[in-house]
Design a protein around this ligand. Structure first.
Ligand code: ADP
Ligand code: GLC
Length: 476
């Protein structure tokens, strides 16, 4: 099959969260199974230095009046995956991240930036002759590419089947109606069964309602989003399309995330050499100038600091646990208030708490290898990848039972591999952390969980067939 895969971030070219990991790995897994996948993403600043030399380029014209859109054909050197980069200086060449400026504020032309990406994607899906490659399936991801489904609908043409994956319903890409005319979409789409969303227009809703199939990134989240509590205003629309909605769990790229071959951690180890994990723990504590006691647990966080992730709860419970000798290593960035609260915690407990604000891929590997338990008290979690990475590193996740966390982390039973709590409260988190401390001191029980954690296969290979069946069912 020929699959055109569109995303706004793709690892290793650019990454702000799990979407990049998925967009960087699922296409590789599909290609391994013999399918022909091509990616499309904007040529953000600095991207051209990370890809192979451009093989071909075409000019798609200036449909949005902000400058010509150029499509550059190349591939990702690390894994040879073909990619088309959409170049437009006025839209994409900015020093900041892909979506926000340095103060964390959304760029005010985001609707145009991702309309252009979506328009180019839809154009390629329709006119394969432009690049001598006609896709059989178009796979969109989140709101940034959801508008592509709206262009295809707007143009009223026969087109290839469209699959839209929701990685996070909270980011619905909705904009004020007075920006709609700049999108060059048919106003006919603005109705409650279309892309209209509470008096605004939404890229995610477009991606949902105009797709032939909708997927999300775990079975549990696929059920949760049908309820008002998790549906973020889209639960009604999602209930109406239940028969074409399915949850497929994300996988892990074990080439990037395996303690036995990870070149970014100081000491490699596997399930039979778990004592080497202690060496990583010591190295992490030393790197951060924390107390080096190996007989007490070290908790960790690697996360975007947002409301979603529930990390305000960690701040509430930490003082009591720190008084009992626990330590905490945090890597994260996002909400400025949370950042400052974590830095204050570090100031109050300099020997026990280390907080690094920013985005550091290499350090995230050392952290996962060096901590004993990873805290993920999310209020909602579509899939979550950090718990999957933790498991492979024998680091036990402490999670709230929601979304993909509920599908992958178990406190009891045959697959017991972590600690789980239900209620989104400081009290429930604290109780789970206390259970984990007790277990930590029962070495046999802890190691049994570590072995369960490390031996379960969450690779892409295990789920790629589900993707292939879905694509095939749409083509036939
Ligand atoms: P989300 O996509 O909601 O942020 P995921 O758990 O799916 O959550 O994926 C997060 C990804 O981003 C993981 O690869 C994680 O290691 C990485 N990550 C998050 N915050 C940071 C950070 N500050 N520095 C480095 N990597 C980070
Ligand atoms: C989103 C979700 C996260 C998921 C990731 C990749 O950012 O918040 O749970 O793992 O996308 O699908």
């Amino acid at each position: 099959m020929k699959i055109l895969f569109a995303a706004s971030e793709i690892y290793p070219l650019i990454k702000t969260g799990g979407l990049a990991d998925v967009a960087g790995a699922l296409p590789v897994a599909l290609r391994k199974k013999g399918h022909d996948v091509k990616l499309i993403m904007p040529a953000y600043q600095g991207i051209l230095e990370k890809v192979a030399p451009i093989q071909k380029s075409i000019n798609l014209g200036n449909p949005f009046g902000v400058g010509d859109l150029l499509l550059l054909e190349t591939h990702i050197p690390e894994n040879d995956t073909p990619i088309w980069l959409l170049q437009c200086q006025a839209l994409y060449e900015r020093e900041d991240g892909p979506y926000v400026d340095k103060n964390g504020i959304d760029f005010e032309d985001n609707h145009i930036r991702f309309a252009a990406l979506s328009w180019a994607t839809a154009t390629l899906a329709l006119h394969g002759h432009l690049m001598n490659w006609q896709a059989d399936i178009l796979h969109l991801n989140d709101w940034q590419t959801g508008f592509a489904a709206a262009y295809l609908e707007s143009w009223k043409v026969e087109h290839i089947p469209v699959v839209t994956t929701v990685h996070n319903l909270r980011y619905n890409g909705s904009f004020d109606m007075n920006q709609f005319s700049a999108m060059h979409l048919s106003p006919e789409l603005l109705n409650m069964h279309g892309m209209e969303f509470y008096g605004r227009f939404s890229g995610l809703k477009a991606g949902l309602v105009y797709a032939n199939a909708v997927t999300t990134v775990s079975p549990t989240y696929a059920k949760e989003i049908l309820t008002p509590e998790y549906g973020d205003g889209l639960d009604g629309a999602l209930r109406a399309m239940q028969d074409r909605l399915v949850g497929i769990l994300n996988g892990v790229d074990y080439n990037q995330w395996s303690p036995e071959k990870d070149t970014l951690i100081p000491h490699n180890y596997d399930i039979d050499t778990l004592s080497q994990k202690q060496a990583n723990k010591l190295a992490l504590l030393q790197e951060n100038g924390l107390s080096e006691d190996l007989n007490q647990p070290v908790f960790g966080v690697v996360s975007r600091l947002t409301e979603q992730k529930g990390l305000d709860l960690v701040l509430q419970v930490m003082p009591a646990l720190l008084e009992k000798g626990a330590r905490l290593v945090v890597l994260g960035s996002g909400d400025k208030y949370l950042e400052s609260q974590y830095l204050e915690l570090q100031n109050n407990y300099p020997n026990q708490v280390s907080v690094r604000i920013g985005y550091f891929e290499d350090y995230s590997h050392r952290l996962q290898a060096g901590i004993d338990a990873l805290l993920i008290p999310s209020r909602f979690e579509p899939c979550g990848l950090t718990q999957l990475y933790a498991l492979k590193y024998g680091t036990l996740p402490i999670v709230r039972q929601t979304g993909g966390l509920a599908d992958t982390v178990f406190e009891d039973g045959e697959r017991a591999n972590g600690f789980v709590f239900k209620e989104a409260s400081a009290k429930a988190l604290q109780a789970a952390m206390e259970r984990s401390i007790e277990c930590f001191h029962d070495t046999n029980r802890w190691q049994e969980k570590q072995k369960n954690a490390m031996s379960y296969d969450y690779s892409w290979d295990a789920v790629t067939d589900q993707w292939i069946s879905l694509y095939e069912s749409l083509i036939n």
